[in-house]
Design a protein around this ligand. Structure first.
Ligand code: HPA
Length: 278
């Protein structure tokens, strides 16, 4: 039986975070697989292990540290989640949204969601960065939507629109930074699958056919909850492995982490540039 997160649970988690920080963060950052090192750039960090926060869905994946790093980056107060929680770890889908609800209760209006993904678009190479312009949430479309359950009216409406999930203004801002920094940025549609198994060739061919450019195991549930709560979202997919044109996906988690390491310096420049412009 699914357990839905409640406002008292969200507020208990929020209070635990608030008690440890002096200045409230303005921007949230979710760091995907292999991208956690980015949090090392944050100045004067307050570090909160997520296991010390009540009701937090704990991350168990290697490469995901499971902590909040709160501090200054490019003059902005940021809250970075190093080690997100995935649905495939066995958490109820409603609980996967708890970190986003805590960010919203802290007053954060802008969120940058990063992830590791497989490149379905034949033009993409491993190591590319893709600005997410839209998503396909098969699980959410088929019943695993994090908003299922009693609506939390304090955050947003029962039937929230999802026409502009990824804020076009933030996409433009990131493109400006890409041009200034001479970093190639792809754009495209991200598809969320539960994982943890990688895709079969038939699944990859199907995903290409329906218009997906990158495939991964996160981001969409977070984006749905973020949008429901009125946040502006920038989504950046790190293409950690290329899926062959015939659909063969030979990705391993080690490869995902290794390519993530190569992407971090470029992603850091993009994120710093975006934060400067916000
Ligand atoms: N498929 C799904 N999730 C992923 C992949 C992939 O190829 N690479 C990184 N995360």
């Amino acid at each position: 039986m699914t357990e839905f997160i409640t406002l008292p649970q969200i507020d208990a988690a929020t209070d635990a975070v608030r008690a440890r920080i002096k200045v409230l963060p303005e921007v949230a950052l979710i760091l995907g697989s292999g991208l956690g090192e980015l949090a090392d750039s944050i100045e004067d960090p307050t570090i909160i292990p997520t296991r010390e926060i009540p009701n937090w869905p704990v991350s168990t994946v290697p490469g995901h540290k499971g902590r909040l790093v709160i501090g200054r980056l490019e003059g902005k107060m940021v809250l970075a989640l190093q080690g997100r929680t995935h649905y495939y770890e066995g958490h109820d889908i409603s609980r996967v949204g708890l970190p986003i609800r805590v960010m919203q209760r802290l007053g954060i209006k802008t969120i940058i969601i990063t992830n590791a993904s497989g490149g379905l678009n034949n033009d993409f190479e491993a190591g590319d960065l893709m600005l997410i312009t839209d998503h396909l949430g098969f699980l959410a479309m088929a019943g695993q939507n994090p908003l299922i359950g009693p609506n939390l009216d304090e955050f947003g409406p029962r039937f929230p629109p999802m026409s502009d999930v990824y804020d076009p203004k933030l996409v433009r801002l990131a493109e400006e930074v890409g041009a200034e920094e001479n970093i190639l940025l792809r754009k495209g549609t991200y598809v969320w699958l539960s994982g943890p198994s990688f895709e079969t060739p038939a699944e990859c061919r199907f995903l290409k056919m329906v218009g997906a450019d990158a495939v991964g195991m996160s981001t969409v549930p977070e984006a749905i909850v973020a949008r429901h709560g009125g946040m502006s979202i920038l989504g950046i997919a790190s293409i950690t492995n290329k899926i062959d044109p015939d659909g063969t996906n030979k990705a391993t988690h080690e490869e995902v982490l290794q390519t993530g390491d190569l992407i971090v310096p470029r992603l850091t420049r993009i994120l710093r540039g975006v934060l400067r412009k916000l």
